[in-house]
Ligand binder design. Structure first.
Ligand code: AMP
Length: 274
């Protein structure tokens, strides 16, 4: 596995590879990330990845400085997974002095995470645009765990006519249903025991909506159930799967999306409806 830390090293390594499948990450890798590498491999592409804790997608009161970092462990996992090239840029490389350009995607970034974390998707879209230009992959792999992010990235790629295919990969879960996340390590044992209730409540809500129960009543019951499990829901909504606009009845493609705070962690999850 080639490890590139400067643009010159990246360029030398990159020109030797063709038909790559790129997975951008912020490190602290787990099986969810590795599923994206595996999907690249399965698509017959040479897997590449980046590790960059992108400062511009964190709000001023968020956990940028405390975000988990484990470079040696991450590199070992990527090597083991068959990754051919990993890009480890510095913040100075990604954000040159005097930088005056950013990418703002309206549409799917308007609501939900976009409202709760102002500027978050500008940071995501900007860094992903730069990484795609640096890595020049045939396909880039993103986790459905961050459903809204996938839709924002897809919109950006379509709007900027970028020559890359965005491939969503299903959420990898713990045995009890909790979506794997780098931040789950901050849950206390009591919170960790309560956390799978987000998925359980959402699955039950999808079942009820699919059997024809009134959506608003299902969502209200689900919010109450989450609160009963010690969570503070930021949102729980039935939305159009691509533009993320709220729906009051399922009309495919639709998605149930949720974010709920549990102790120090915001849990995110989403499920297909219909
Ligand atoms: P992150 O390092 O959190 O920025 O995530 C990097 C990529 O891994 C994103 O495309 C995430 O959606 C994806 N990812 C994170 N957790 C999971 C998971 N549990 N299942 C599938 N993909 C995931």
């Amino acid at each position: 596995m080639i490890i590139a830390r400067t643009l010159a090293e990246l360029e030398t390594a990159r020109t030797r590879l063709d038909q790559t499948g790129f997975t951008p990450t912020m490190g602290a890798l787990h099986e969810g990330h590795l599923a994206l590498i595996a999907a690249a491999k399965q698509a017959g592409l040479t897997p590449t990845a980046s590790i960059f804790v992108n400062p511009t997608q964190f709000g001023p009161n968020e956990d940028f400085s405390r975000y988990p970092r484990d470079e040696a462990g991450d590199l070992a996992k990527l090597e083991q997974a068959g990754c051919a090239l990993v890009w480890l840029p510095s913040a100075e490389t990604m954000y040159p002095d005097q930088a005056a350009t950013s990418v703002r995607v309206a549409g799917p970034s308007r609501l939900w995470e976009g409202t709760i974390r102002p500027g978050h998707f500008d940071g995501v879209a900007t860094v992903v645009a730069k990484l795609l230009g640096q890595m020049r992959p045939a396909c880039a792999f993103f986790g459905e765990k961050d459903w809204q992010q996938v839709q924002v990235v897809r919109r950006m790629v379509a709007d900027l006519l970028l020559p890359v295919r965005i491939v969503p990969v299903p959420t990898v879960r713990e045995a009890d249903g909790l979506a794997k996340s780098s931040r789950n390590r901050y849950l206390s044992s009591q919170e960790r025991a309560a956390a799978p209730n987000l998925f359980a409540v959402m699955r039950e809500t999808v079942r009820r909506i699919e059997t024809g129960d009134a959506v608003e009543a299902c969502l209200a019951a689900a919010r109450a159930a989450l609160i009963g499990h010690g969570m503070v829901p930021d949102y729980l909504a039935l939305v159009h799967a691509e533009n993320l606009e709220p729906l009051d009845a399922p009309s495919p493609p639709s998605r149930l999306i949720a974010a709920a705070r549990l102790g120090p962690v915001r849990l995110l999850d989403n499920l297909a409806v219909g």
